[in-house]
Ligand binder design. Structure first.
Ligand code: SF4
Length: 466
């Protein structure tokens, strides 16, 4: 049992000034309400009778879709999704999800880098699990093991669900890590890493926590010497009203108390239907002042975020079959993001989660889609890169070529070039590349095991890890 954290006087004064908001997300949890016909009348038809029958037949079997990933939906998202085939794929359970349950129970082998429960310290930054749910659930969620509370094998061989981080444990770890770094001349004696100065709060979605809870994390991390706090959230898509006056009041007071600690919001829009309004013909609406018409709640939230120069907002999202394998939609999204002060950060190839074959787009096709989507964008709108998460670290899919490379065995159909973009510990291999013979079917690294042409990055050095 971890010790209770004792805030400093300054910290306590800030926490005493924070108020919690009241939210009515009108969430439907689970399929039961739909199957029993007890969902609100207008929401009941979100699933057809045939769909519900097929899903109900899987209940309690090895193909149970809710055992893989719990079903959850807000009214806000329902209102958007009823007019969007893409959003329906994102949030509606589908029997196809469990036809092939191949995949990793711990994608990215995160548990190998968990020195404290709820903390993954793989890169220079630390990732915290502070919540095990979101306001709604994406069917493709790459944290399905956390959200569905599945047992994961630890480094010591024991199996238990991933636990959430506790403030006291984290503060003790950060201070100890940074003291060891300072005592060793600025580098950690074992890992070579510098001071831990950045923390990503994730889960689940930290925005399901109360303002007081978020404030307690932010203040404790700032007191421990953390200089930037990232917060990963899809709440702007699921329930933008969460970004209300009480939240901004808390955030402004935090900034006034801890001006040295910056907030970086990592938001998650997959598709423009998640924030743009449509006319009766299903087309986006052009604003007379330029740009497209946003949902007013989302526009308000993004506008308030944009007013605060100590806070940055970046969008990142996976490319998922049936949702955003659409260059035109992605082009619109990237343009609208940048126009509203949101940086386009990463698009991801789907991870090798349990059931990933139902969601993942082939790697080469993902590259093509993103590349097509960026034709017609300006330089500042095209900052997003395509990333695939190798066990070693985030890897950029840099290019896919079509023509044979004369004289290079294995390159008869063109090549895929990958670059190790981040690397565990102090990133010794960052920037190294791997060149592969093409395989248009490949949805994971393993699809290239037999066609490695050049592997400077060592992505295929240990085939158990790909
Ligand atoms: S918002 Fe993120 S963590 Fe939440 S269900 Fe979707 S993918 Fe998973």
């Amino acid at each position: 049992m971890s010790k209770k954290y004792q805030p400093s006087e300054k910290e306590q004064a800030f926490l005493n000034s924070v108020t919690n908001g009241k939210y009515d997300r009108q969430i439907i949890k689970g399929l039961k309400k739909f199957i029993d016909g007890n969902a609100p009348e207008d929401m009941q038809s979100f699933y057809s009778a045939d769909e519900l029958e097929a899903l109900a037949a899987l209940k309690g079997t090895a193909q149970d879709v809710e055992a893989r990933m719990p079903v959850k939906l807000t009214r806000h998202y329902f209102e958007l999704a009823k007019k969007s085939a893409a959003l329906q794929v994102l949030v509606k359970a589908n029997p196809q999800e469990t036809v092939d349950l191949d995949g990793s129970s711990d994608p990215g082998k995160q548990m190998s880098y968990s020195p404290v429960e709820g903390l993954i310290h793989k890169y220079e930054m630390g990732l915290l699990y502070v919540s095990s749910t979101c306001s709604a659930h994406c069917r493709f969620c790459y944290r399905e093991e956390l959200i569905a509370k599945k047992g994961i094998e630890r480094a010591d061989g024991t199996v238990a669900p991933k636990g959430l981080a506790q403030i006291n444990d984290l503060v003790v770890y950060i201070k100890q890590h940074n003291a060891e770094v300072a005592a060793n001349g600025g580098r950690h004696p074992q890992t070579g890493r510098e001071k831990l100065r950045e923390i990503l709060m994730s889960g689940g979605d930290p925005m399901v926590l109360s303002n007081r809870n978020i404030a307690a994390w932010w203040a404790a991390l700032a007191e421990a010497g953390i200089e930037s706090i990232r917060l990963g959230t899809k709440e702007l898509a699921f329930y933008p009203k969460r970004f209300d006056e009480t939240f901004f009041d808390m955030a402004d007071k935090f900034h006034a108390t801890y001006p040295g600690t910056k907030i970086r919001l990592m938001i998650h829009f997959n598709h423009p239907d998640e924030f743009l309004l449509k006319d009766d013909d299903g087309n986006f609406i052009t604003e007379s002042v330029g740009g497209l018409r946003w949902h007013p709640d989302t526009k308000h939230a993004i506008g308030e975020l944009g007013k605060r120069n100590w806070l940055t907002v970046d969008n990142q999202a996976p490319l998922i079959a049936g949702i955003n394998n659409d260059p035109d939609a992605l082009r619109i999204m990237q343009r609208e993001m940048k126009q509203n002060k949101v940086e386009n950060h990463y698009f991801f190839c789907g991870r090798d989660i349990i059931g990933h074959k139902a969601f993942n787009i082939p790697i080469e096709e993902s590259w093509r889609i993103l590349n097509e989507s960026q034709k017609g964008l300006s330089g500042v709108e095209t900052h997003a890169r395509l990333s695939i998460t190798h066990y070693k670290g985030k890897t950029e899919v840099v290019a896919v070529t079509n023509d044979p490379l004369p004289g290079v065995p294995g390159a008869e159909n063109g090549v895929v070039i990958m670059k190790l973009h981040r690397n565990a510990e102090d990133a010794p291999e960052k920037g190294l590349i791997t060149i592969l013979g093409r395989n248009p079917e490949a949805i994971w690294f393993s699809g290239y095991n037999d066609r490695v042409i050049y592997d400077e990055a060592g992505l295929f050095a240990n085939l158990d890890n790909v």
